[in-house]
Ligand binder design. Structure first.
Ligand code: GAL
Length: 364
């Protein structure tokens, strides 16, 4: 197998066996000198958008050449399991917990047969980075907990009249001008918040956060995890209610927190967004589209949707924007768009490069 020494965004990316890498909606964990790339294993055709195999993992020391490490979390053959074959299992992310020495995976889970309506978070755990991961539970985060950043007046469950109003509304998960910004999190207080697209982020102090698209995709939540990373810790905020930010990917640079997100248009690409805050539970501000280039490229984020920001080890201020070029009709053919994040005036920006390598990070 020929050794690769560059990234070619959007092209086929063969693994050590010459097979196109199969880790869609993925994220990367760096552990003991090795990068591990986890993501959705997709199969051919439109049916391939559901989970028929599980979460795939690859390893690499240089980020260009990836070795197939097999299936980290397998779907279940038990029809009663929440992760039974044919469920929807998306955007898995893995972090390492230094206290428990466990690898912890969170993902978006829709048990088979209900479309995207259950909006659950799946949690799995492993002793070894490549798995096998054991499925622990599926949950809706933050049941019985009010967000930190809502006025006391909004900390009340819905009245019968408000529930009736809501049941008349189509808030099916895409932007709607009538999206009720103050109803959905209150409706879901008792049962837990909806959780779809997600990322995980571990801060410098070791605290971990689960960032997920909630409230019918209309509002992001940033939710702290317990010390073992296995449960919500019961502290969360709502970010930009009604803005329909999806596909969150987090990065911390120069003491500032940045979130790269997308608009909410299913598998079709759209324009990325950049959000910033001085503290993770702070006030989040939208800065606009981080992509730079011709209008048609930045209108669809170079034909891709964010999934993760990968900090490159051993280089200063070096982060890779990881995104998916989905192929809805033939899911297995989805492509990976990796581009270097370039800071301008302290702000992350992304420009198209047909081919590039890690030396871009040296030229600063
Ligand atoms: C996208 C989301 C993907 C997947 C898809 C299904 O908006 O980012 O992860 O859920 O919708 O249509």
């Amino acid at each position: 197998m020929s050794t690769r020494n560059s990234f070619r965004p959007g092209e086929l990316w063969p693994d050590n066996s010459g097979v196109h890498i199969n880790v869609h909606g993925g994220g990367v964990l760096f552990h003991d000198g090795v990068y591990y790339w986890f993501g959705e294993h997709k199969i051919a055709g439109e049916a391939g958008n559901a989970a028929h195999v599980g979460v795939h993992v690859y390893s690499s020391r240089d980020l260009y050449n990836w070795r197939d490490e097999g299936i980290a979390l397998a779907v279940s053959d038990d029809p009663h399991s929440p992760i039974t074959r044919g469920c929807i299992l998306e955007r898995p992310k893995v972090i390492f917990n230094p206290r428990t020495k466990k690898f912890v995976m969170w993902f978006h889970l829709e048990p088979k047969g209900n479309g995207y309506s259950d909006s659950l978070s799946g949690v799995a755990v492993a002793d070894k980075v490549t798995g096998p991961f054991q499925f622990l539970r599926a949950l809706r985060p933050n049941a019985g907990v009010w967000p930190l950043n809502v006025p006391d007046a909004d900390k009340r469950e819905l009245s019968a009249a408000e529930l009736a109003r809501l049941s008349d509304m189509d808030v099916a998960g895409a932007p709607r001008p009538w999206y009720p910004k103050q109803l959905l999190f209150r409706r879901d207080f008792a049962g837990g918040q909806m959780a779809r697209d997600l990322t995980l982020f571990v801060d410098n102090d070791g605290s971990a956060y689960h960032i997920y698209a909630s409230e019918g995709n209309g509002t992001l939540h940033i939710s702290q995890l317990t010390d073992d990373f296995l449960q919500p810790a019961g502290k969360f905020i709502r970010v930009l209610p009604g803005r329909f930010n999806e596909a969150p990917a987090m990065l911390k640079h120069g003491g500032k927190y940045f979130l790269l997100t997308s608009d909410c248009t299913g598998w079709a690409p759209n324009a990325a967004r950049l959000l910033a805050a001085d503290s993770i539970f702070g006030q989040w501000e939208e800065l606009g589209n981080p992509c730079i280039g011709p209008g048609e490229q930045i209108a669809n984020t170079f034909e891709s949707q964010s999934t993760f920001v990968l900090p490159v080890q051993g280089k200063r201020d070096a982060y890779i924007f990881m995104a998916d070029r989905w192929r809805e009709q033939n899911a297995i053919d989805g492509r990976y768009v990796w581009l270097p994040i370039e800071f301008q005036h302290g702000v992350p920006t992304i420009s198209w490069r047909a081919e590039w390598d890690l030396s871009v990070f040296d030229k600063r």
